[in-house]
Design a protein around this ligand. Structure first.
Ligand SMILES: O=C(O)CCC(=O)C(=O)O
Length: 293
């Protein structure tokens, strides 16, 4: 990074990452806590899931022959128009609901989509179970549980996302605990940070990389455009450290997304970027890992 006059010490913060294979993870067995301790920002796990299974499903989901029921909550903003399976009321701000939906709307949508439970994988691959097993490799021995509301309804364990040619996810962070939707969950989890987990089912020909910045969500002076709302990507790239991660089918990343600004590069070419993922957090006692999407 070239140091700019007037840049603050925070601006020199480096993105800390590790890139491991599924068969060499003993030294990152407590990576989730390491992210909470602010000692690690990104963990890439190569071959975390069965590549053949994920590739086959990714290919099938990238066929326009049949619409499995994609929700498009960002349709209003064409460049950010990603497609989602698993809920039509995501647990994040969207262009459809900039402050997020209500908890009731979210849980109602989760129930409605449960029946589908991403049957896209078929009987031989229980995606929720597989995710639990893989996340458990980085949980420091803590059980990994799907988040549940006080009325017993379950949060969505994961969603599937498709980003086609000419679309991207713009720069943002995922410190979402302030949304009304999280009024209950934030009482039960350690809100120090929030971690994204994302596995690749289909890699695009070009683009779709994960970019992570040394800019953190607690900073008050992150450059914004004249509208005072959107981040100024060019200025952010000039001021902060940036790391780029290219993912293949079967790979997984964990990202301290509640802390680090990040984005997904513009997808280019006929192959879409298809992923499955969500968020996770330590519970308030740091005894369990909770996950949802
Ligand atoms: O890689 C993805 O599909 C989404 C990553 C992301 O922006 C997030 O988890 O917040």
């Amino acid at each position: 990074m070239i140091e700019q006059p007037g840049s603050t010490p925070a601006a020199r913060r480096a993105v800390r990452s590790l890139d491991v294979d599924r068969h060499d993870t003993a030294h990152v067995a407590n990576a989730i806590e390491d992210m909470y301790r602010d000692a690690l920002d990104v963990l890439i796990i190569r071959n975390a899931f069965d590549r053949n299974i994920l590739t086959a499903v990714g290919e099938q989901l990238d066929s326009d022959a049949q619409d499995p029921g994609w929700a498009r909550p960002n349709e209003k903003m064409p460049i950010e128009d990603l497609q989602i399976l698993g809920t039509d009321a995501p647990a994040t701000p969207t262009y459809q609901a900039p402050r997020g939906v209500s908890l009731d709307a979210y849980l109602g949508s989760a129930e409605k989509h449960r029946a589908e439970d991403h049957n896209v994988f078929g009987a031989g691959f229980d995606a929720t179970h597989e995710i639990q097993n893989v996340l458990g490799m980085f949980s420091g021995g803590r059980p990994v549980l799907v988040a549940q509301a006080s009325d017993g309804r379950r949060w969505v364990p994961f969603t599937i996302r498709r980003i086609v040619n000419g679309k991207q996810i713009g720069v943002h962070h995922d410190y979402h605990y302030k949304l009304d939707l999280y009024s209950e969950l934030r009482e039960h989890v350690d809100t120090t940070t929030l971690i994204s987990y994302v596995a690749t089912l289909r890699a695009p020909e070009a683009g779709g990389e994960l970019f992570v910045y040394g800019a953190t969500s607690d900073l008050t002076d992150i450059p914004r455009l004249a509208n005072g709302f959107s981040y100024d990507l060019a200025a952010i790239e000039q001021r902060y450290d940036c790391a780029r991660f290219v993912m293949g089918e079967g790979d997984l990343f964990l990202l301290a997304s509640g802390r680090c600004l990040h984005r997904v590069g513009l997808v280019s070419g006929p192959r879409a970027r298809v992923t499955m993922g969500g968020f996770l957090a330590l519970d308030a006692e740091r005894a369990n890992v909770m996950f949802w999407s």
